[in-house]
Every structure is written in structure tokens, then in C-alpha cells.
Design a protein around this ligand. Structure first.
Ligand SMILES: Cc1cc2nc3c(=O)[nH]c(=O)nc-3n(C[C@H](O)[C@H](O)[C@H](O)COP(=O)(O)OP(=O)(O)OC[C@H]3O[C@@H](n4cnc5c(N)ncnc54)[C@H](O)[C@@H]3O)c2cc1C
Length: 250
């Protein structure tokens, strides 16, 4: 159901039985896919968190969450993007940003150079994105200062942008967390390290029969390609396990 949030996963005899939403609906099913943040999902949504074996629970505790981003979006006229690339890494500059950590890189993305439908005719969509620690606290004042500093660096590096960037909105880790439910606004789920990627990430199947995982918190890893692959692996696992998947709205 669109715009509804799962608030409880029902089980019986160690098997999944369905999902309850914040709208009060209960969907009975012998197959549920959790495609959102796994640690709070399993700990808070399962009607019986004690169903998780101790070993699995310890593994969940040991997994390390990835970093987040500060992102600022702009509309720019077509001519300001002339000669620019869709994805530019701005690095090695003297970035004295008003932050409690010391970034040396940010990204300037112009997705409408690849997909013109992502901006109105005659305009481009530009995004400045700065990696920052998950959960890094940025109030409106902090976001404003960060935005102004990034804009200054961007126009110094690319003078055609001067006076052409119409600011639309910006998001820090807190806003990303609110939108996605990912703790601290984690951009890739768990840290993308060799220890937490591929078969070392959480598996598609959980210890609870019928409860599967998909998305960046599970194998093979975060990022668009990894998430698409996990969706395919999850669908294949379900088709292999279940001769018949029942879904019954009540
Ligand atoms: C700023 C930023 C830049 C990025 N740049 C890149 C990039 O350039 N290249 C790349 O490959 N990757 C990039 N990533 C990472 C990539 O976007 C993610 O890894 C990927 O989108 C995660 O997809 P997902 O479906 O697993 O999770 P999400 O996109 O987080 O989706 C989870 C969904 O679950 C919903 N949800 C949460 N809780 C509940 C609930 N209880 N009930 C119902 N729904 C719920 C959320 O609302 C959300 O819609 C970036 C991420 C960010 C934040």
C-alpha cells in the first residue's frame, strides 16, 4: 500500500505471517521482504524480536553503518552547464568549510545532462553533494553556511556558474534519515568495506522463515547497482523457496 509504513511484522511458530501498517491494515502473507533499514526493522517491527538467534543478533550489532551526505540542489540555465560533465569530483582544494570534520572532496552532479527529463526545458538540475559522517548534526544555520561555502568553491572552479545557480532545497543527514528511515541518513546502508560486502553482507534470507531482505543493507551491497542485484537475488530466492506465495489483505 503506497504511503503506508510497516509498523509490525507478525509471526507464528517462527514463521512470518504478515505485515501491519500505520493505517491499521493487516496484510497476511507467508512471505515478507524488508527493503528498509534492517537493524531497527528487525529489532522494532518484529512482534517477537527474541526469534532472532543470538549469533545473528550479535552480527547485526557488529555491522558498521556507512556515512551520509549533505546535498544541495539547484536549477541552472542550459548555457551555464555547457562544457561541464554530469559527474565531477571536486577535490584537493583548500576547503575551509564551517564543519567539525575536514572534507577534501565533494561532488558536482548534473543528472539532466544524461536524462533531460529531470529538468524543465532550457534548464539543468545541478547538485552539490558533500560526504559527511552518518548522523552529523546540521541545523538550518549549519546547512546554510555549508551551502554558501560549497557554492563559493563551485563558482571559483567553474566561473560560468557565477550568478546562475538558483537554490531549490538542501538536505543534511537528519533530513535523509527522516525521508528514508536509514539511521543517521546512512547513504549506502552498511559501510562498503570488504568485510561487509558481497557474501559478507547480511544474506537475503533471515532466520525467520518467509522473511527476506533486499536493498542496500543486504548482499551484495549499497549503491544503485548493488541494490538492483539484491532485488533480483531476493526474487529468485523467494521463487525457489515458495511454490506459492499468498498475500491476503484483511
Ligand atoms: C545523497 C546520496 C547520493 C548517492 N549517490 C549514489 C551514487 O552516485 N551512485 C550509487 O550507486 N549510489 C548512490 N547512493 C546510494 C544509493 O542511492 C542507495 O544505496 C540506494 O538508493 C538504496 O536503495 P534501497 O532501496 O536499499 O534503500 P532506500 O532508497 O533507502 O529505500 C528504502 C525505502 O524504505 C522506506 N521505508 C523505511 N522504513 C519503512 C517502513 N517501516 N515501512 C515502509 N517503508 C519504509 C523508505 O521510505 C524508503 O523509501 C547515494 C545515496 C545518497 C543518500
Amino acid at each position: 500500500m503506497r504511503r503506508a509504513r510497516a509498523v509490525k511484522i507478525h509471526t507464528a511458530m517462527g514463521e512470518v505471517r504478515g505485515v501491519e501498517t500505520n493505517k491499521g491494515d493487516l496484510f497476511k502473507s507467508n512471505c515478507v521482504v524488508m527493503a528498509s533499514s534492517v537493524r531497527p526493522g528487525l529489532r522494532l517491527l518484529l512482534d517477537r524480536a527474541d526469534l532472532l538467534p543470538v549469533r545473528f543478533s550479535r552480527r547485526l550489532d557488529a555491522m558498521e553503518t556507512s556515512g551520509s551526505y549533505y546535498i544541495s540542489y539547484y536549477s541552472i540555465p542550459e548555457d551555464a552547464a555547457r562544457g561541464l560533465h554530469p559527474n565531477i569530483e571536486v577535490t584537493g582544494m583548500n576547503m575551509s568549510l564551517p564543519l567539525a570534520f575536514s572534507p577534501d572532496t565533494f561532488y558536482m552532479l548534473i543528472p539532466s545532462l544524461i536524462d533531460p527529463s529531470s529538468a524543465p526545458p532550457g534548464r539543468h538540475c545541478l547538485c552539490l553533494s558533500l560526504p559527511c559522517p552518518a548522523g552529523y548534526a546540521m541545523d538550518r544555520h549549519g546547512r546554510n553556511s555549508c551551502r554558501i561555502s560549497l557554492e563559493q568553491i563551485a563558482v571559483e572552479k567553474f566561473p560560468a556558474l557565477r550568478g546562475k545557480m538558483t537554490h531549490l532545497f538542501d538536505l543534511g543527514p537528519g533530513q535523509l534519515e527522516t525521508i528514508s528511515g536509514n539511521p543517521g541518513g546512512a547513504a549506502y546502508g552498511w559501510v562498503q568495506s570488504p568485510e561487509q560486502s558481497g557474501i559478507r553482507r547480511l544474506g537475503i534470507k533471515t532466520p525467520i522463515t518467509g522473511l527476506y531482505l533486499a536493498g542496500q543493507w543486504t548482499m551484495p551491497g549499497g549503491g544503485i547497482a548493488g541494490v538492483i542485484t539484491s532485488g533480483r537475488l531476493c526474487a529468485q530466492a523467494i521463487l525457489k523457496d515458495k511454490a506459492f506465495v499468498s498475500v491476503e489483505p484483511c
